[in-house]
Design a binder for this molecule. Structure first.
Ligand code: ZN
Length: 185
């Protein structure tokens, strides 16, 4: 749960720290506005992927399921600046599948918190393995980091790609190849 009062105090201090006048017209409501915004952009901290991934359906044949281009917005925990892009998730079921929207919900759980992209990618893969128990899963995330494009090396348009493969996807290069072909299509 976001402590609205604490965040408001912190934002006021932060504005003072950069030399702003916190009482001027344009900034008057900013601390409260940011505190309420944080309830939304950090709401994954109060959520658990288990709730989304535990409602499964039985299937007779195990064919690869791929959900690609799941848009996400997250906050880099090193700079508290946004990073955002797409996540692609594929899994090979072991008799059970989950509603497709639940994979997108799982991405939200791990995106909406202070995060690093590498960790978000593995957390999604591990949540799918743990709760859905497929034969394997592969997750790829592609993102632009504001802390790289707006400051520091200032390289707009550069994308960071991270991957996590578990189960059959980590053991079978052909499955991985198939995943890349499907994602690029
Ligand atoms: Zn950063």
């Amino acid at each position: 749960m976001v402590d609205l009062k604490k965040v408001e105090q912190a934002v006021r201090l932060l504005l003072e720290g950069i030399g702003e006048d916190v009482n001027r017209e344009g900034l008057k409501d900013t601390p409260n506005r940011i505190a309420r915004m944080y309830e939304e952009i950090y709401k994954g901290m109060d959520e658990d992927a288990a709730g989304h991934l535990s409602k499964t359906f039985t299937v007779e044949s195990n064919e690869i399921v791929l959900v690609k281009d799941i848009t996400f917005y997250s906050i880099c925990e090193h700079h508290l600046m946004p990073f955002y892009g797409k996540v692609h998730i594929a899994y090979l079921p072991d008799g059970k599948v989950v509603g497709l929207s639940k994979l997108a919900r799982t991405v939200e759980v791990y995106a909406k918190r202070p995060q690093i992209q590498e960790q978000m990618t593995t957390q999604i893969a591990e949540a799918v393995m743990e709760h859905l128990k497929p034969q394997g899963v592969m997750v790829m995330a592609e993102a632009e980091h504001m802390c790289m494009t707006m400051r520091g090396v200032e390289k707009p348009g550069s994308r960071t790609v991270t991957m996590a493969a578990r189960g059959c996807f980590s053991e079978n290069p052909q499955l991985q190849q198939y995943f890349f072909e499907m994602v690029r299509r």
